[in-house]
Write a protein that binds this ligand. Structure first.
Ligand code: HEM
Length: 531
């Protein structure tokens, strides 16, 4: 959910900001000038501007504030900002400006333009400025952490966090932990099925997978189990889950109101309280682990552990930085994976052919319900294709941001000053039929290698910036490998145990955007045991 608050925030703002103003479609006809595609960072854009007669941000089309309000309040786009990307692109083309209150965004919605922004993002990219998070950190004297952090300090933090998170070999050390949590998920599903009237249906699967996501990432980060999937969830864990949800919900709210309202409205105080609770439980769990390590060391045992032990034993990161980094990793790792898994199961339940193909693949690589290793997963191309196709259809963070503060930037034929906030509309791009044939359909096969007439394997080639659900570049998602491992293990083992079907008469479920793309209705599925 760190992704939620930080990466997707510009999108949320654009949902509020960038609304359609058809009258502007007839506004200034661009004077054709040669397209300037920067091929390196730090392009000398000023020279390019003078030489190429580039246009500026003021020449961009975009909606008025009145139009924005109309789309939000009359047309109901407040929780469908992903669809607003499509609509605005169809009206303004692949680049447009959105302004609303103090927000001013440049939206780009083609792989070529996204790639141009990324090529000029600078050495230390920033997604979006998060002044309210920064203010909280200063209020409590905490370290900046991943989302608020910028420049070389942020980079130093990433260089400590990355190696054990982004290298496949290192991530495989978490396999046993994740399998334990998947085991609990299977038990929970079994329990819920038995409790249901038809002894088959699990209602509101997304909320169960949320608990799985929370337990999975915490077991890696805190090296302890929180009991999220138990029948009776422990008190501290409930407090932790509640604080996480409140903080993210309030984070969005506090930005909507000016500072002077803080003494009248309750949101800022609640935001601070939610952060205090969240950070407090995280610190308590870290303290507990430190006490265990100390006990191990004083009894002469080696202090073996995983991610937290590694961070605590690094001399490149302070204790305050460990506390905030682990908390932010947790925020990023809960409902990103759980929502993606929900959408995957939703589609497989409706597509018996794809589900059967997946089951056969898993069963052939891991017969007799053997727990897959990461090497086994390497032999399951269809499993990976299913997850990719789900992320293409439902990129859980549907838009990303880049606040380019190091350089001036040239995108398309426009010159932008430093500190321009770009919104990368990658939902629209991964739903564009120019990029993906039949883009609204769930077709995992599109990601598989095919054979040419001569029997040569060919991999489906898409533009590298037409599918970027985990972001891109040095600021890309730090949890990508862990997320993939959790999803691969959970999905493969669910397939080993159950055939999944929609509830009888279940309506189609569309996504809505509440920062993340989530199901607009509960997903209820039938789990039929495979014999
Ligand atoms: C399906 C799962 C996930 C998706 C689709 C996803 C997506 C993203 C995206 C789009 C970004 C922004 C990247 C950019 O700006 O280029 C991001 C950042 C981030 N993600 Fe994830 N994420 C997922 C899972 C996770 C997990 C499991 C963790 C924790 C282990 C995590 C932690 C983070 C953090 C901490 C950042 C901020 C990194 C920084 O600013 O340096 N994410 N994620």
């Amino acid at each position: 959910m760190a992704c939620q608050a930080a990466a997707a925030r510009p999108l949320r703002l654009s949902a509020l900001c960038s609304r359609i103003q058809p009258e502007l479609r007839t506004a200034p006809v661009p004077v054709p000038v040669p397209v300037l595609v920067p091929s390196r960072r730090n392009t000398n854009v000023q020279a390019a501007t003078r030489a190429g007669g580039l246009k500026t941000i003021n020449d961009l089309p975009g909606p008025s504030t009145a139009r924005t309000l109309y789309w939000i309040f009359v047309k109901g786009y407040a929780d469908r900002s992903h669809l607003l990307q499509d609509l605005q692109k169809s009206l303004y083309g692949p680049i447009w400006r959105s302004r609303f209150g103090s927000f001013d965004l440049v939206n780009v919605a083609s792989p070529e333009l996204i790639s141009q922004v990324i090529q000029q993002e600078g050495r230390y990219p920033v997604r979006a400025v998060l002044p309210h998070w920064k203010e909280y950190r200063q209020l409590r004297g905490q370290a900046d952490g991943l989302h608020v952090g910028t420049g070389p300090e942020w980079y130093r933090l990433r260089s400590v966090l990355n190696p054990k998170m982004l290298k496949l070999r290192e991530v495989s050390a978490f396999s046993a932990t994740v399998h334990n949590v998947v085991g609990d998920l299977l038990q929970r599903i079994e329990h819920l099925r038995h409790q249901s009237q038809d002894r088959t249906t699990v209602r509101d699967l997304t909320s169960e997978l949320y608990k799985f996501g929370f337990e999975g990432i915490s077991s890696i980060l805190f090296e302890t189990r929180l009991g999220c999937l138990q029948e009776q969830i422990p008190e501290d864990t409930l407090r932790f889950i509640a604080a996480t949800g409140s903080m993210l919900m309030l984070s969005d709210l506090v930005t909507l109101f000016p500072r002077w309202t803080r003494s009248i409205l309750p949101f800022w105080k609640r935001f601070v309280q939610a952060w205090d609770d969240l950070y407090g439980v995280a610190r308590m769990l870290i303290d507990r682990r430190i006490a265990e390590i100390n006990a191990q060391v004083s009894s002469g045992e080696p202090a073996e552990g995983m991610y937290l032990t590694y961070l605590l034993s690094s001399d490149k990161i302070t204790r305050a930085e460990v506390d905030i980094s682990v908390t932010e990793l947790l925020l990023g790792g809960v409902d990103t994976t759980s929502n993606t898994l929900s959408w995957t199961l939703y589609h497989l339940a409706r597509d018996g052919r794809a589900q059967e193909r997946l089951y056969r693949e898993v069963d052939s690589v891991c017969p007799h319900r053997r727990e897959p290793t990461l090497d086994d997963i390497g032999q399951m191309p269809f499993l990976k294709a299913v997850i990719k196709e789900t992320l293409r259809l439902y990129p859980v963070v549907p838009g990303n941001g880049r606040f380019v503060s190091e350089n001036e930037v040239v995108v398309d034929n426009y010159w932008f000053p430093r500190k321009t906030q770009f919104h990368l509309c990658h939902y629209t791009v991964s739903h564009d039929e120019a990029q993906f044939v039949d883009p609204e359909s769930f077709i995992p096969e599109r990601w598989l290698r095919r054979q040419t007439a001569r029997g040569q394997p060919v991999l489906f080639q898409h533009h590298p910036y037409s599918f970027i659900p985990f972001g891109v570049g040095v600021r890309g998602c730090v949890g990508k490998r862990v997320a993939e491992m959790e999803m691969y293990f959970a999905l493969s083992r669910l397939m080993q145990h159950y055939k999944i079907q929609p509830e009888v008469g279940a309506p189609a479920v569309k996504p809505k955007t509440r920062i993340l793309m989530i199901p607009s209705k509960p997903i209820n599925l039938r789990f039929l045991p495979r014999t």
